[in-house]
Design a protein around this ligand. Structure first.
Ligand code: DGL
Length: 266
């Protein structure tokens, strides 16, 4: 049994989809969440910048004695995971490997689509992970930069969102993919829209759910699971704009977050 918290971080509020998936699967775990609202969006930033931000956040969470680190942000998982693994003393897991594993098991025709931020797609991390699981997979991908602001704006059910999603995904559909990885924290919110776009035959892989399964199995393996019956403690940190964090957070979790602590890095 280990009561220390799991640290989860993202560029902003989107990683709350991962927070939610982890909380649902492991309701006894204490969780610390960090949203780097001073530096978002990560999707259009360089590898060097995203790595620097991620290292600062990881060090902060380690100073708060987390037992395990989850990189909820796909872009940070794509650019910074290797560096974090080398520099951080606790187990660290990103969203890409778990998402790719589930997609490689789900696909029947071995054509897998990936949608994500520009950084995630440019890094080619998802295709590389897919090939490691199955070298015969053909990966096709598309960056969808407009989807993040549409989700944050709460425009989930608007016609324009459907049209924009359709525009991005159409070229992937033409390849005959039977599986689509939602390679960005915000996309699980758009599942109903994306289902309409791809049709019922294409399986959607939610990397938030995938990483929570991975976290649970790693906690068991490393004997770090918290089995205590006490009420779990959740703490939220952000690097800027706490009011906006709280406002947007309501769109991502079905409970209200009363407090977010601001942490600044030099
Ligand atoms: N959290 C980012 C991701 O999953 C999306 C938002 C951003 O670009 O910062 O890639």
């Amino acid at each position: 049994m280990n009561r220390r918290a799991i640290g989860i971080f993202d560029s902003g509020v989107g990683g709350l989809t991962v927070f939610r998936a982890v909380q649902r699967l492991m309701p006894r775990e204490n969780l610390l969440y960090f949203g780097d609202t001073a530096h978002l969006p990560y999707g259009a930033k360089s590898k060097a910048a995203v790595t620097r931000f991620s290292l600062n956040i990881a060090r902060f969470l380690i100073s708060r004695k987390v037992k395990f680190l989850v990189v909820a942000c796909n872009t940070a998982s794509a650019w910074a995971l290797d560096c974090l693994k080398e520099s951080i003393q606790v187990p660290v897991v990103g969203v890409i490997e778990p998402g790719a594993r589930i997609a490689s098991q789900a696909t029947l025709n071995r054509v897998v689509g990936i949608i994500g931020t520009e950084g995630t797609i440019q890094s080619a991390s998802y295709p590389e992970a897919l090939y490691r699981f199955d070298p015969k997979i053909r990966a096709v991908s598309a960056a969808c930069p407009l989807l993040v602001p549409l989700v944050e704006e709460g425009w989930w059910n608007r016609k324009i969102t459907l049209e924009i999603a359709r525009g991005y995904v159409r070229p992937l559909k033409k390849t005959g993919m039977d599986t689509l990885i939602l390679g960005c924290t915000h996309y699980p919110i758009l599942k109903p829209v994306l289902l309409k776009v791809v049709g019922p035959k294409v399986k959607l892989v939610d990397s938030a759910e995938a990483v929570s399964l991975e976290v649970e199995s790693l906690l068991m393996q490393t004997r770090l699971k918290n089995d205590s019956r006490g009420k779990p403690v959740y703490k939220f940190f952000a690097s800027d704009a706490p009011d906006r964090f709280l406002k947007l957070a309501r769109r991502f979790v079905p409970f209200s977050i009363s407090k977010v602590e601001i942490v600044k890095f030099e």
